[in-house]
Write a protein of this length. Sequence first.
Length: 230
Amino acid sequence: MAIVIDRDQGIKSELEDRIGLECPYCGVYAHMQPQSVPEAQMLLRDRPKHVGLVYKCDACNAPVFLRFAVREYQDNKVELYRNFVELERPKERFAFSYLPKHTEALFREALSCYSNNNFNAFASMCRRASVSAFHALDEGGKLRAFEEVMTAQDIAGIDDEAFAPIKAVLFGAGSHEDLPLLNRAQAGILLEVLKDMFYQCFVRRGKLTRAIKVRRFFVTEADNDNLASA
Ligand SMILES: [Zn+2]
């Protein structure tokens, strides 16, 4: 069913008509209700091809801007197609502080490309981010990273054919121009695989080292207390 903005009744939205969406602010998959709707009168006068509506996230009350294509102008109402463009996409998160500085800068831009649906720009930035990570790792680091990615493929049960472009982006020997073109699905796999690779190579090591340091600190403190009270 299309969304209707009526000259007299405004937007007709029943409860079951609400939109479900991953909120770009709180990251929750939540219902969205129309909060700010253009007046039908103005739309009927200007007859734009697209119409912007502001919805409100049920989980965090943040405003979420969506753009709809107009299906039809009638005498007293405007009908919109149900599918929409999200003008703000949810940001991809990562524990960036564990990455080497250079890798962090490149990977942040990669994730920004992904959030904006620029999947081949995303792939190019993934190549740069992974090359920078291999430089930062000690000798044998690239091989270890490769093994982590193979394990990820195995855990996720992705067949070799589907996985080939992902491997080509991360480990391919060719130049930048030889990168394969990725679609949305492949970019999604690349995203998860690279996040996992960075996690295994940097985040896990960083977290574990820090946690053990803290444990040792408390053991030393306890020993000092015991000595003091003896
Ligand atoms: Zn929200």
